[in-house]
Each structure stands twice: as structure tokens, then as C-alpha cells.
Design a protein around this ligand. Structure first.
Ligand code: NG6
Ligand code: CA
Length: 511
């Protein structure tokens, strides 16, 4: 059959039209398979801490805007009820409980993420992304034995695939209280070197233990090492005076770095891992937010976080790249009210419920430990204003993002991460179970409506934080559909269910 000239022209035009469309996209640093990726990873923010999830005593308009323009999950989980293991799992696609030494890291821990495997930033770098980690790190730095704080601090985030980093090494309640830009402490005067110890006091500076009268905030539990900026921290440090952060300024410092990174890379596909300090302790908000929530500093820190999120949204809008940027907003673990500083968070709570209807909180095997806020906004692909009750685990972000960017993952990497891109973008459910890890690694599993927590001899309460840990020497089984507060242990009534869930958990453990 002979083709008419018109058909020939049409046949030529069709594929080339797609080509032209794609290059137009790429010129904006974006293509269908390479949207910009921003993960806003908040710290200790509870499911019920944002008005998008039903909070009425606090208003989070910027976070709510992500929900209004995106997809809000009600059953998405961090892998763990504490920070270091959740971050480890998110970036490596591997359950932290498979690897020893992945619990809450001291501030002088060596890098926990292996450099001989490809973690999420490495995979995205391979995909042609410009990658950055800004904010809290808390995954260790340096070789075995810890980092050389006065020299090149490596290996660290740069060695696992981040092109640029501006981080705090661990948490704001742990020394050293300094920022790191790439391999170096920012503004470190070589004439005033830094010394850090988690074993014993170093230097002559006052500590919370010896000089509580110097504190602006008493410690209710622990945190009685070196006093920095009126607040005593975990661990001891001396030196590095010029390099020390000012807590009240931290939100500005990190947010500026994050928005600058976006601006500088607007023409390339970029991946920004923006791990906020908010709302972890010590809660020392900027004066713009101090006293503004009517709920004490914990509420003020939520407002501060919301502002910071708003700045990210604003710059994406201003640069006209919001449409093809996939923005994921979530938290590393559930909420805690008193986490070791007498900051009146409990007294001033004013009826606010950070755990929403869930039981427990940070550290806990109950659901509030890991069921966290999780919202995805990608205007080009994801319908706004929708809610998903699908199970989702942060461990799946690695494989889902690899699928999105069309990257292969070899067998050595991301062993626990499933491609759940469909779920992530509001399509069909990909995952039928989720594993949760509590403070001392009691594991739980959710399959459908059912949740099983393995027996544990661990303490029932975390005394300092007044959190129910969910440990019980007997197996626990809850039906989350009817009992989201995990009040009625049905293990004795449904032994077959217990067997089915515990066997699945065992199978995953042995995989
Ligand atoms: C605990 C700290 C707590 C917090 C937590 C880590 C005490 C008494 N408590 O050991 O304040 O720092 O570790 O939080 O020291 S996380 O979100 O980084 O996991
Ligand atoms: Ca945390």
C-alpha cells in the first residue's frame, strides 16, 4: 500500500512532536521521568500535629496547602519510632533492624550508611539529578572511631551520593552544636579547635549537671552535658566558639540553604532531602514564632516548621517549577511531648492531641510511633485534595522513586524497598503489609486491618517521656479498623490471625 504524502508527513510529525514537547520540558530542568524531588523530613511531628490531619488547636496553612493540592495518606508509616533507624531505612531501602548499630546515634558516631552500596541519593545522582541534604543528619559521620571534627569530616553524606550538604551532625540536643557544609565545620577557627566527647567532660565550660543555675531551660531528663546558648546538651564539647549555632536562627539558616539550592538548580532535575530540626527538642523557636501558638514552644515549633515549608512552596512557585516537582512531606517518627527538657510542652498542650486517635508516640510499638503525616504533591501527575488510606512505608520511597526515574536497582541494594509508585501517586495499592520498629526493636506488622505486635519483655512505659512503649510479654493483636487506639488485644480470640501475622513477620525477618 502506498502512503499518501499527507500520511507521511503525519507519521514524521508524530514522534517528533513528542521530542519537541520533551525538550521544552527539559529546558525547565524537568522531564516526564525526571521531575524535581523534594522530601521534607520533619522530626518528631505527630499525625495529629497538623490541621490537615484534623488538629483544631493549631493551624498549619502551608502544610495544609500541600494536602489541598496533593494526596494525603492516613496509613503511611516511618519504618521506626525513632530517628536514626527511620532515616537509615528511607535512604537505603533496608530495614534498620537488620543491621546492628542503627539505633539512636550518639553525636560522634561513625557513618552508619555503607558507602559500598548505592543509597537513594546515589541512585538519583546516577539518574542525572543534582542532590542535596540540608538539615538534620543523625546518621553518623566519619570512619570507625568517629570523625576528625577539625579536618575533613568524611565519609558522610557526600560519600553516599549527595552533591551538596549543609547539615547539623546529629540532633540539636547533641554536641557538637555546629553546622557542617560538605566536609567541613562552618566558620571553624583553626586557632580554636573543637573537642567532642560522649564519654566524659572535656574542657572547662559549665555543664547542666554542675551549673543548673546557668540554664535557660531545665532538663527534665538527661541532657546535662555542656551548656551551649544557655541550654545543656547530650555530650560534652569545648572550642569551636565562632562556629556554634544560635538555636533561634536555625530555621532561617536551613530554610535559606534549602531555597537557595532549589534556586541554583532550577534548570536541572534536583533532589532535595530537607530534614528539618523542627519539632525536635530543644524547642527554641525564632522570636517570630515564640508565644504565637498559645501552646508553648512545642506548638511554636510547629508554626516555625509550617513557615519553613511555606518558603519551599513559595520558591517552587516563584520559579514556576512547582508543577513538575514531586514534594513529599512526612516525619521520621511519631510525637513526643516531654523529650527531656522542662519546656512546659505538657502543661501547655491545651487539649491538643499530637498522636491523634492512635496510642503511644515516639519510641512506641503502638501505631502513633510510626504512623506519621505523609502528603505527596505533584500537580502534573497527582490529583489534588485526595485522601489515601493505602498502607505505605517510607522504606518503599527508594524503589518507588527509582521506578519513577526509570533507574534499575541491583540486587545488593534496597532489599526491603518495594516499588509502590502506584500507591504513591494515588493509584492502586501496592503493599499489603507494613513493618514497624519500636525503640528497642520490638517489631509489629500490619496486614490489612490487623496489627500484630510480637511479645517483648521490654518496659511498658518510657518513664521520662511518659510514653506507652507497647511492649507486652504476650502477643498482641488489634483490629485497627474498629480499634485504631489499640485498646482491645484480640490475640486470644483469634489465634489463627496471630499465627498468620507472626508467620509473615518471621518470614520478612528471615528474608
Ligand atoms: C533520646 C533523648 C531524646 C532525643 C532522642 C532522639 C534523653 C533523655 N533523651 O535518648 O531527647 O534526643 O534520644 O530523638 O537523652 S530522635 O528523634 O533523634 O530519635
Ligand atoms: Ca525524630
Amino acid at each position: 500500500m502506498k502512503l499518501t504524502s499527507l500520511t507521511k508527513i503525519l507519521l514524521w510529525l508524530l514522534p517528533n512532536l513528542f521530542f519537541f514537547a520533551d525538550t521544552a520540558y527539559s529546558r525547565q530542568g524537568q522531564s516526564k521521568n525526571k521531575p524535581n524531588i523534594v522530601i521534607i523530613y520533619t522530626d518528631d511531628l505527630g499525625f495529629g500535629d497538623i490541621s490537615a490531619n484534623g488538629a483544631t488547636k493549631i493551624s498549619t496553612p502551608n502544610i495544609d496547602r500541600i494536602a489541598a493540592e496533593g494526596l494525603r495518606f492516613t496509613n503511611a508509616h516511618a519504618t521506626s519510632a525513632t530517628c536514626t533507624p527511620s532515616r537509615f531505612s528511607l535512604l537505603t531501602g533496608k530495614y534498620a533492624w537488620r543491621k546492628s548499630g542503627t539505633g539512636i546515634a550518639p553525636g560522634d558516631a561513625a557513618l552508619i550508611i555503607p558507602t559500598d552500596k548505592e543509597s537513594m541519593p546515589g541512585m538519583l545522582k546516577r539518574a542525572g539529578y543534582k542532590t542535596a541534604a540540608i538539615g538534620k543528619w543523625h546518621l553518623g559521620l566519619g570512619p570507625k572511631g568517629g570523625p576528625d571534627w577539625n579536618g575533613d569530616i568524611k565519609p558522610g553524606p557526600l560519600e553516599i551520593g549527595f552533591d551538596y550538604t549543609f547539615i547539623m551532625p546529629a540532633t540539636a540536643d547533641r554536641v557538637p552544636c555546629v553546622y557542617l557544609e560538605n566536609h567541613r565545620i562552618v566558620d571553624l577557627d583553626p586557632a580554636d579547635p573543637i573537642l567532642v566527647s560522649y564519654q566524659n567532660k572535656v574542657g572547662k565550660e559549665p555543664t547542666g549537671k554542675e551549673n543548673p543555675e546557668l540554664l535557660t531551660m531545665n532538663t527534665s531528663d538527661g541532657h546535662n552535658g555542656t551548656i551551649i546558648n544557655g541550654v545543656s546538651r547530650i555530650g560534652w564539647m569545648t572550642g569551636g566558639n565562632k562556629a556554634r549555632w544560635i538555636d533561634q536562627e536555625m530555621v532561617n539558616v536551613f530554610t535559606n540553604r534549602a531555597t537557595n539550592f532549589i534556586e541554583e538548580n532550577k534548570d536541572k532535575p534536583f533532589f532535595l532531602y530537607f530534614a528539618t530540626h523542627e519539632i525536635h527538642v530543644p524547642r527554641i523557636p525564632n522570636s517570630r514564632f515564640l508565644g504565637k501558638s498559645g501552646m508553648g514552644v512545642r506548638g511554636d515549633a510547629i508554626l516555625e516548621l509550617d513557615w519553613s515549608v511555606g518558603e519551599v512552596l513559595k520558591i517552587l512557585d516563584k520559579l514556576k517549577i512547582a508543577d513538575n516537582t514531586i514534594l513529599i512531606f512526612t516525619s521520621d517518627n511519631g510525637p513526643v511531648i516531654d523529650d527531656g527538657y522542662a519546656d512546659k510542652a505538657a502543661e501547655l498542650l491545651n487539649g491538643h492531641t499530637p498522636s491523634s486517635m492512635m496510642r503511644g508516640g515516639k519510641y512506641s510499638a503502638f501505631d502513633a510511633g510510626t504512623r506519621v503525616p505523609f502528603i505527596v504533591k505533584w500537580p502534573a501527575k497527582v490529583k489534588g485534595g485526595k485522601i489515601s488510606d493505602a498502607l505505605f512505608s517510607q522504606v518503599d520511597l527508594y524503589s518507588s522513586i527509582a521506578a519513577l526515574t526509570k533507574q534499575k536497582i541491583n540486587d545488593d541494594n534496597a532489599p526491603d524497598s518495594f516499588n509502590c509508585l502506584n500507591t504513591l501517586l494515588g493509584g492502586k495499592k501496592n503493599r499489603d503489609y507494613v513493618i514497624e520498629q519500636s525503640l528497642k526493636s520490638t517489631l509489629g506488622i500490619i496486614i490489612g486491618d490487623w496489627k500484630y505486635i510480637e511479645p517483648s519483655d521490654g518496659p511498658r512505659m518510657n518513664i521520662g517521656t511518659n510514653t506507652e512503649l507497647g511492649n507486652n510479654p504476650k502477643p498482641q493483636l488489634y483490629n485497627l479498623k474498629y480499634d485504631i487506639g489499640e485498646k482491645n488485644n484480640l490475640a486470644e480470640t483469634y489465634p489463627k490471625k496471630v499465627r498468620a501475622l507472626s508467620q509473615k513477620l518471621q518470614q520478612v525477618k528471615e528474608a
